[in-house]
Structure formats: structure tokens, C-alpha cells
Design a protein around this ligand. Structure first.
Ligand SMILES: *[C@@H]1O[C@H](CO)[C@@H](O)[C@H](O)[C@H]1NC(C)=O
Ligand SMILES: *[C@@H]1O[C@H](CO)[C@@H](O)[C@H](O)[C@H]1NC(C)=O
Ligand SMILES: *[C@@H]1O[C@H](CO)[C@@H](O)[C@H](O)[C@H]1NC(C)=O
Ligand SMILES: *[C@@H]1O[C@H](CO)[C@@H](O)[C@H](O)[C@H]1NC(C)=O
Length: 314
């Protein structure tokens, strides 16, 4: 007994922490870039809101470039502990964002089938991308749901789900009763289309729906049945980090609590992955701290990281 404890102590000194706790306490989440509309600052971008969101919950962030050779994504996948597909405005089938996202998604599913835990999260456009990857089609339809906050309408399946099944009582209350989820989308996934498409309905479980301004219902939250893959049509990161006064964003304590809960959830998922960079130097060279965001205070109040296309992994 005493010997075992001594052994555990010694191992604790000698081994990385995650090998004694079972959790990776240096989680790193990749955030996917997407094409800019004008290349003034760069070919691709990531809004800083997504990066701060992840960092605020105790993980590092690595930007994921698009239009890279396949081995860039393979190396990166084996080095990081989860990916986030952010919101934005590019095509969910033909964009470089969509192509890179699909590669990473397929790697995550394949790895998971072999027992390798790897979370994938899609927000807004990222949620829509998840539906496109699964079906190979753009099945979105128009909704009137920009710049508006709503509570979620949970489905029956929410209470036994991984994402929403163990919500603390207060978060459950705020999420289902208060205007804490910021929507900014002109397209969405209707439950009829979802249910009529076996590729979607066999892969994902719908956890919540919402009605747009015209009373038209869209899917607002889903998770994969067999994988740690989660999608929200709404934006958990905005309540914390988006201050542009043109946007109607709820910054009250309940909205902030809900956002912090989902940031922590994502990072806790990433702690279950033990992928690591080949060296601390490789990690240090990859993290977002190597880049400087551009701040626009011309009324858009947004910090953005820009990237240009490269010729591959360095
Ligand atoms: C991308 O390239 C353009 C044109 O050379 C340059 O103006 C811009 O600063 C570059 N952006 C980044 C992030 O390197
Ligand atoms: C990493 O996790 C996998 C299962 O997800 C496990 O088989 C493997 O032994 C772990 N490796 C280390 C170094 O902890
Ligand atoms: C919530 O969803 C249920 C079906 O899951 C539907 O019957 C109900 O009308 C919805 N309520 C609102 C307010 O959207
Ligand atoms: C949420 O916002 C709607 C307008 O979209 C408003 O009618 C409703 O009263 C708000 N609910 C709460 C609980 O503040």
C-alpha cells in the first residue's frame, strides 16, 4: 500500500501530469481560419472572440490555416486536443474553410473509432458546416434570425445528452428561460429537413430548437450520437467578448455564466485528448501568441487575426 503510494508519487514527478490523472492538463484547441472577403489584411482570418473564449477556460489555442497540404492537417491533428469551427460567411461546401474542416472532422471520427477521444465544436457557420460534412450537401434554408437573443427550447433528448444533460441548475434555468443565446444567422437547419435526411438524423441528436422572427423553427443545438461532436447555431463566445454596439448582445451576469459554462465544457472535453506537439518548441511556434490581432475601432470594435496562404507546414 505504502509502496504503491510511493510509486504513484515518484511517477507523478517523472511523468507528465496527464498520465497519472488521466487528463491532459495542457489542452490545446485548434481554431479554423476562413477566407476574408477582401485581402487587405490577409487571405484568411479568425475573430479573436473565439480565441479568448477558449483561453478563458484554460486551454491554449493554435490557429488552423486553410489551403494547406493534407500532411499539415495530419500533423496538426496529432498535436492538438480538439477543434473549433467558428462562425463567419464562407461557403460550407466549396470554401477552403469547408475543405479543411471536413479533413479534420474525418480524422476526428476515424481516431475516435479507434478509441482516441477528440472533440469537435461548430459555432454558427461551424454548426452549418457540420451538417454539410455529414450530408455532402448544403441543406440550409433561409431564416430571419440575425442579431437577436433567445432562450433555448430543449428537446426531450437534451436531458440525457452529453452536452446539456448535466447542466448546473442555474445554467439550465438561464438557458431555457432567458435571452442568453445570441443568434446571427440568415440560414439554418429546419427540423423537417434534418429528420428527412437519414445521414443527419442517424449521426446527430437535436438538443434544442428555436423559432425565428417569423415563427419558423430551426435547430439551435445538436450533438453527435457516437462522438464528442457538438454544434450550436448560436454564439456562446459573444456574450463574453463582443462589444460592438451595433450588435444586440446580452452581457448580463446570467448570459456570461452560460457562456463560461460552455467554454469550460469544451475545454474539459479537450482534456480527455492526449495528443501533443512533438516538442515544446513546436508547440510554442504554433500557438496563437505568435500572431498579432488587428484591432478595428472604426465602429466594428473587433479584434481579428489575419493569415496569408503559405506553402505548407513550418
Ligand atoms: C498578407 O499579404 C499582404 C500583401 O502582401 C500584406 O499586405 C498583409 O500584411 C499580409 N498579412 C499578413 C497577416 O501577413
Ligand atoms: C492516450 O489515450 C489513448 C486513448 O484515448 C490511450 O490508448 C493511450 O494509451 C494514451 N496515451 C498516453 C500517452 O497517455
Ligand atoms: C418547443 O419545441 C417543441 C417541440 O420540441 C414545440 O412543440 C414547441 O412549440 C416549441 N416551443 C417554442 C416556444 O418554440
Ligand atoms: C427576450 O427577448 C424577447 C424579444 O426577442 C422579449 O420579447 C422577451 O421578453 C425577452 N425575454 C426575457 C426573459 O427577457
Amino acid at each position: 500500500m505504502a509502496f504503491t503510494r510511493l510509486l504513484v508519487c515518484l511517477l507523478g514527478v517523472l511523468l507528465p501530469h496527464h498520465m497519472t490523472t488521466g487528463l491532459n492538463l495542457r489542452p490545446i484547441i485548434g481554431v479554423l481560419a476562413q477566407e476574408t472577403e477582401s485581402s487587405t489584411y490577409g487571405d484568411t482570418y479568425i475573430p479573436a472572440t473565439y480565441i479568448k473564449y477558449i483561453e478563458s477556460a484554460g486551454a491554449q489555442v493554435v490557429p488552423i490555416r486553410v489551403k494547406e497540404p493534407e500532411d499539415y492537417y495530419e500533423k496538426l491533428f496529432n498535436s492538438i486536443n480538439g477543434v473549433l469551427f467558428p462562425g463567419g460567411g464562407v461557403d460550407i461546401i466549396t470554401s477552403e474553410y469547408a475543405k479543411a474542416g471536413k479533413l479534420l472532422f474525418l480524422m476526428a471520427v476515424k481516431a475516435h473509432d479507434k478509441g482516441d477521444y477528440f472533440p469537435v465544436w461548430g459555432t454558427c457557420l461551424g454548426f452549418q458546416l457540420l451538417t454539410a460534412i455529414t450530408t455532402g450537401q448544403d441543406l440550409l434554408t433561409k431564416f430571419d434570425s440575425t442579431n437577436v437573443n433567445w432562450p433555448l427550447n430543449f428537446t426531450q433528448d437534451a436531458q440525457k445528452s452529453h452536452l446539456l444533460g448535466s447542466l448546473p441548475r442555474d445554467v439550465h434555468q438561464y438557458l431555457t428561460k432567458e435571452n442568453v443565446t445570441e443568434n446571427y444567422h440568415q440560414y439554418g437547419m429546419s427540423p423537417e429537413i434534418f429528420n428527412g435526411n437519414p445521414a443527419l438524423s442517424n449521426f446527430y441528436t437535436v438538443l434544442s430548437t428555436n423559432m425565428d422572427r417569423n415563427g419558423k423553427v430551426f435547430i439551435s443545438t445538436m450533438e453527435a450520437k457516437k462522438y464528442p461532436i457538438f454544434g450550436t447555431q448560436w454564439h456562446p463566445e459573444k456574450n463574453l467578448f463582443k462589444w460592438n454596439p451595433k450588435y444586440d448582445i446580452n452581457h448580463d451576469a446570467h448570459a456570461v455564466r452560460v457562456s463560461q459554462y460552455f467554454a469550460s465544457f469544451l475545454v474539459s472535453e479537450a482534456r480527455k485528448s492526449n495528443h501533443t506537439f512533438p516538442s515544446m518548441k513546436a508547440e510554442a511556434d504554433a500557438v496563437i501568441a505568435n500572431y498579432q490581432p488587428v484591432y478595428s475601432n472604426d465602429g466594428s470594435f473587433e479584434q481579428i487575426y489575419y493569415f496569408n496562404y503559405t506553402l505548407g507546414w513550418n
